[in-house]
Design a protein around this ligand. Structure first.
Ligand SMILES: NC(=O)c1ccc[n+]([C@@H]2O[C@H](COP(=O)([O-])OP(=O)(O)OC[C@H]3O[C@@H](n4cnc5c(N)ncnc54)[C@H](O)[C@@H]3O)[C@@H](O)[C@H]2O)c1
Length: 338
């Protein structure tokens, strides 16, 4: 990233922050930056894992006026952050957003009331690897043994069922029961790496999965000042939403590319066609057709899909998504009748 690009990112962040300042100008004492007063309580937050998600969360929660301490098991990362050098290539740490980092998880837990776990959840052949999360949960459990209360929030992406595994690990290592001495919640992250800070301050929404509304509201306390829709949902929903969102984004990209391949063969300007498609916000880019229920039918959808599929075959193209739509619908019909 060159100096010009860095300046551009800084400018964009400043613009976002200024917009928010203007919006909340009427609220006395509402300032961003070091020593800021915030709309709600100042929360003592620890962030476990300082990768893209953790680093962004730490910087932005600090900027919102909370007290933040960041933890990473990689001491080099910790030193770099404390020297205000970004450990991530191409990611700048805005000077007025710095926070303290440590590799001592116990110190961080004892000096905070809420922890956001942001460690990696890699996959091997599609199998979710919870080992980093399990280790972090064990460490947190040990650290809270003698603590009166702690709120543990999993921000890493996990598949439904994982929460229970992690809860049991914390219960075992802390010798406490969830709900007595500690609470747990989920707070999936939707940022994009290139626009991480901007996305934090302007999220599509903030989602918290929690067993009770009270726990959910405690987590949302950290987001006071963020002007976005906020949802407290069931734990399974909070675990599933990332997989729904990301598979949907992947589907949209691949589907669009299939259309692009068809357009190329038919000598149609694919970009212009896609722009026209996206201009329809009533049916195409909208909530319509996102109700789980009956399979598609009627006089147009099956007929026009069949013509498109037939022409894909005639053009000798391989467009597996479009070609498999009717198969998926037939499968749904079969299940739907039962
Ligand atoms: N990168 C993204 O754009 C993005 C967006 C949304 C959600 N997510 C999800 O968020 C999670 C984190 O992603 P990331 O890209 O920030 O990961 P990352 O690999 O960049 O960073 C994880 C960090 O956690 C540290 N770590 C691991 N175990 C630790 C422990 N026990 N104690 C302290 N530090 C520990 C690692 O050293 C590393 O620095 C993943 O579940 C990912 O799927 C990522």
């Amino acid at each position: 990233m060159n100096e010009e690009e860095k300046e551009q990112i800084k400018k964009e962040i400043e613009e976002e922050m200024n917009k928010k300042k203007k919006k909340h100008r009427f609220l006395k004492g509402f300032l961003f930056g070091a020593g800021a007063t915030i709309l709600g309580n100042v929360m003592k937050i620890s962030i476990i894992g300082l990768g893209y998600v953790g680093l962004t969360s730490a910087l932005c929660f600090q900027r919102l006026g909370h007290e933040v301490i960041g933890v990473d098991m990689n001491p080099n990362k910790v030193s770099l952050i404390n020297e205000e050098i970004s450990p991530i290539n191409g990611y700048t740490i805005p000077l007025d957003m710095r926070f303290k980092a440590t590799s001592n998880i116990k110190e961080a837990i004892l000096n905070s009331e809420i922890s956001f776990i942001c460690v990696q959840t890699p996959t091997t052949k599609g199998k979710l690897d919870l080992s980093y999360l399990k280790k972090a949960c064990k460490q947190i459990g040990e650290a809270i043994k003698k603590k009166k209360h702690h709120l543990i929030v999993v921000r890493s992406t996990i598949f439904p069922g994982s929460y229970e595994i992690l809860k049991k690990i914390i219960e075992k290592s802390s010798e406490k029961k969830c709900g007595k001495g500690f609470d747990m919640a989920l707070n999936p992250e939707f940022l994009r790496e290139k626009t991480a800070i901007k996305d934090f301050f302007n999220p599509s929404y903030v989602v918290v999965g929690a067993e009770t509304k009270e726990i959910g509201l405690n987590v949302l306390e950290c987001y006071k000042g963020i002007d976005a829709k906020k949802f407290i949902v069931k734990l399974e929903v909070a675990q599933m939403i990332k997989y729904l969102n990301n598979s949907w984004h992947a589907l949209k990209i691949s589907y669009t590319n299939e259309i692009g391949r068809i357009c190329e063969e038919l000598k149609i300007d694919g970009d212009k066609l896609m722009a026209l498609f996206c201009a329809d916000k009533k049916l195409n880019i909208s909530e319509k057709y996102h109700k789980i229920g009956s399979p598609f039918s009627g006089s147009c959808l099956p007929k026009d899909l069949a013509v498109l599929q037939n022409n894909i075959n005639k053009l000798k193209l391989n467009c597996p998504i479009i070609q498999s739509i009717s198969k998926s619908n037939e499968e749904h019909k079969r299940k739907w009748k039962k």
